[in-house]
Design a binder for this molecule. Structure first.
Ligand code: GTP
Ligand code: MG
Ligand code: ZN
Length: 297
């Protein structure tokens, strides 16, 4: 039988096959090969037919094969995700564009489609965050405007999630878990007050688990992040992870133009014409210089 690992606890992997969940151990060969099963893995299992406790909540089995992974994330530790929904709040906690851009670059590096969800739109007038919507749409990203509290924009979000494996990411307190509860009330994920989170320095969501989405696919809630690093790339590679630069590739005067100080740079010209989002371009320059410093050391 083939299924998907939806959670792992103390050496047991919970594998969903259609609507049934099996509690499985991994065969010893995986350990010998140095392979650790991950949430999101597509696996083949064998049910232990002769050894079932009928009083137990789960049927039991063994993972006998792990299929090749499309991709693998470290944080959260999950395989085969199709898309990342990065959530920010238009009210509180304040939007941190540096974190947003770092997240988008990480997704571009991993080849995972990112979506931006701006939550809590019940609490702020559109003028206050319109520049963000414009700026990111202009950069080629889809921006979903939602309110978990007032149930606004949830159909668009559902349409994005359908039949895909998606993870929700973003700082603590932006409403990731509340959003998931709004689209899937039976989930009853724990949520928490923003000021409480800050006082106790604690995130409400702490474990990771793939949750079946009733319209097809899976969603993954994650604990809020406070910083993101992408030190694994070269500064000269960075420009490829800004999709809005793509139309200008090969149009600069110099081959291998970094789009920073070279003359006759098509990207800088577009920036001057107002065709690119200035705040994001500025972040590009900052990250470029940071990566260059890292290399030097
Ligand atoms: N006004 C308003 N408040 C919201 C909305 N969505 C969530 N909240 C509130 O924001 C607070 C934080 O929500 P959570 O869902 O716990 O946030 P989280 O992103 O899951 O946080 P972590 O699990 O700590 O990463 C709660 O008090 C929610 O009631 C919304 O659309 N509007
Ligand atoms: Mg949460
Ligand atoms: Zn250039």
């Amino acid at each position: 039988m083939q299924g998907t690992i939806i959670k792992g606890i103390a050496g047991f992997y919970y594998v969903r096959v259609e609507d049934e969940v099996y509690e499985c151990k991994a065969r010893g060969k995986f350990r010998n090969e140095g392979v650790t099963p991950l949430i999101g893995d597509a696996v083949s299992i064998e049910v232990d037919y002769d050894n079932q406790d009928t009083n137990y909540a789960y049927k039991q089995g063994h993972i006998v094969e792990i299929f090749e992974r499309k991709n693998k994330l470290v944080r959260p530790p999950v395989a085969n995700v199709d898309q990342g929904i990065v959530v920010f709040a238009v009210t509180y906690p304040q939007i941190h564009l540096d974190l947003l851009d770092r997240f988008l670059i990480m997704m571009e590096i991993e080849g995972i489609k990112p979506y931006i969800a701006l939550n809590k739109i019940d609490g702020a007038p559109r003028e206050t965050y319109e520049y963000i919507v414009k700026g990111y749409e202009q950069s080629g990203y889809k921006v979903l405007l939602v309110s978990a509290k007032k149930q606004i924009g949830l159909d668009d979000l559902r349409a994005v999630l359908k039949d895909k494996i998606s993870f929700f990411a973003g700082p603590s307190g932006v409403g990731k878990s509340t959003l998931l509860n709004s689209i899937e009330p039976h989930l009853k994920l724990q949520t928490g007050d923003v000021s409480e989170k800050i006082k106790r320095g604690k995130h409400t969501t702490r474990h990771v688990e793939l949750l079946p989405f009733s319209e097809g696919g899976y969603v993954l809630d994650t604990p809020g992040f406070t910083s993101l690093q992408f030190e694994t790339i070269d500064q000269d590679e960075l420009k490829y992870y800004f999709p809005e630069f793509k139309p200008f590739e090969g149009k600069c005067k110099f081959n291998g133009c970094s789009h920073i100080h070279e003359p006759k740079c098509a990207v800088k010209e577009a920036l001057e014409r107002g065709e690119l989002f200035k705040l994001r371009y500025d972040n590009y320059v900052t990250y470029y210089n940071q990566l260059k410093e890292t290399r030097k050391w």
